[in-house]
Ligand binder design. Structure first.
Ligand SMILES: Cc1ncc(COP(=O)(O)O)c(C=O)c1O
Length: 357
């Protein structure tokens, strides 16, 4: 028998979540964001499930090439663009689309002479202050691209800093207004919305939406659950109880004895730890399902194991199923308890985790 932990990836959930994107943004094309190995779900697996998407966005060149070689014909957008001249050859050969966000990239493009026209997304910094040309730099950047005979279609894009926050409408509004002012009159396609903006701000949908998190069935909005948004979790991490301990009042469990029993209690030892991708900093009280019933993590998460309170779980026994997150145990709830976000838990799935579909 192998170690019982595994991640189940529900391909139909991914497909369903794409249909939710379509429902919210029916007139836009959808660039499915599948960076970081498809947010931990496996980039090719996700692309296959989301093959009806109009394009894919990621930033790892090797994964982009693998997608093309696997036969995907859609737009494949590199969200950070390229970092050196030799990557341009790969981009051209595999008909990838690249973001241009910096003068260095314009200079490399000017020097590189593509034989086929390259499509680009020109990134504007409208307030995120991470990547992109400022309003002052934009006319020069656009002129350089238009004068370059190797450049094909140009799409204008930006990224929001606070679209996920309830009560930050003003910030997103300022970015949207700034973007629209710059884009006005050029008649170029536009792309602005991540998952949160796709759900919250229809006025940002434009030509291409760029949803990531919502495709994986987690909520990008702190004031709405995934279920309320009709999103289905694509990843469910399950394991089993592999040992049971009976603690006397006052006894501690695990490294550092950071949890001590106040009364006699039964503790389940679960195969799953930080080397599997479970967050080490999850505190006692983080929700866990044992045999379909909610209980709590106790003590310090170790590399390969964690401990759960079995006092409220009748007939607890070795071999009982445990759900760490996924269906019935929203990853958003686990992330909140652990002081992080679903993005981090999903992306941190460890390479040793067996995946089943
Ligand atoms: C430029 C860009 N667009 C879209 C996304 C997708 O964001 P989300 O996963 O919040 O939908 C990301 C993710 O960070 C991004 O960097």
């Amino acid at each position: 028998m192998s170690r019982p932990i595994q991640a189940h990836i529900d391909l139909s959930a991914l497909e369903h979540n794409l249909s939710v994107v379509r429902r919210h943004a029916p007139r836009s094309r959808a660039l499915a964001v599948i960076k970081a190995d498809g947010y931990g779900h496996g980039v090719l697996r996700v692309a296959q499930a989301l093959r009806k998407a109009d394009g894919f966005a990621l930033l790892e060149l090797d994964a982009a090439v693998r997608l093309r070689e696997a036969g995907f014909q859609q737009v494949i957008l590199l969200l950070e663009g390229f970092f050196s001249m030799d990557e341009l050859r790969w981009i051209e050969t595999h008909r990838l689309t690249t973001v241009i966000h910096h003068h260095e990239q314009l200079a490399m493009l000017a020097e590189y002479r593509p034989r086929h026209k390259m499509d680009v997304f020109l990134k504007l910094n409208t307030g995120m202050n991470r990547l992109g040309f400022t309003s002052e730099q934009f006319p020069g950047a656009l002129k350089a691209l238009r004068e370059n005979p190797g450049i094909g279609q140009i799409c204008l894009m930006t990224h929001f800093a606070r679209a996920d926050e309830a009560g930050a409408d003003e910030s997103t509004g300022i970015q949207l207004t700034a973007f629209n002012k710059l884009a006005e009159g050029w008649h170029l396609p536009r792309s602005l919305a991540n998952s949160a903006a796709t759900l919250r701000y229809p006025e940002t949908h434009a030509d291409w939406v760029r949803p990531g998190l919502m495709l994986y069935g987690a909520s990008p909005l702190p004031d709405a659950t995934a279920a309320q948004l009709d999103l289905c979790p694509a990843m469910t991490v399950t394991s089993k109880i592999i040992a049971i301990q009976a603690l006397k009042a006052g006894e501690g469990v695990g490294y550092g004895h950071i949890f001590r029993a106040e009364q006699p209690m039964r503790v389940g030892i679960v195969a799953g730890g930080y080397a599997d991708g479970y967050p080490r900093h999850a505190p006692s009280g983080t929700p866990v399902l044992v045999d379909g019933k909610r209980t709590r993590l106790i003590g310090r998460v170790s590399m390969d194991m964690l401990h759960v309170d079995l006092n409220e779980i009748g007939n607890a026994r070795v071999g009982m199923p445990v759900t760490l997150w996924g269906k019935e145990m929203p990853v958003d709830e686990v992330a909140r308890a652990a002081g992080t976000v679903a993005y981090e838990l999903l992306c941190a799935l460890a390479p040793r985790m067996p995946i089943v579909t």
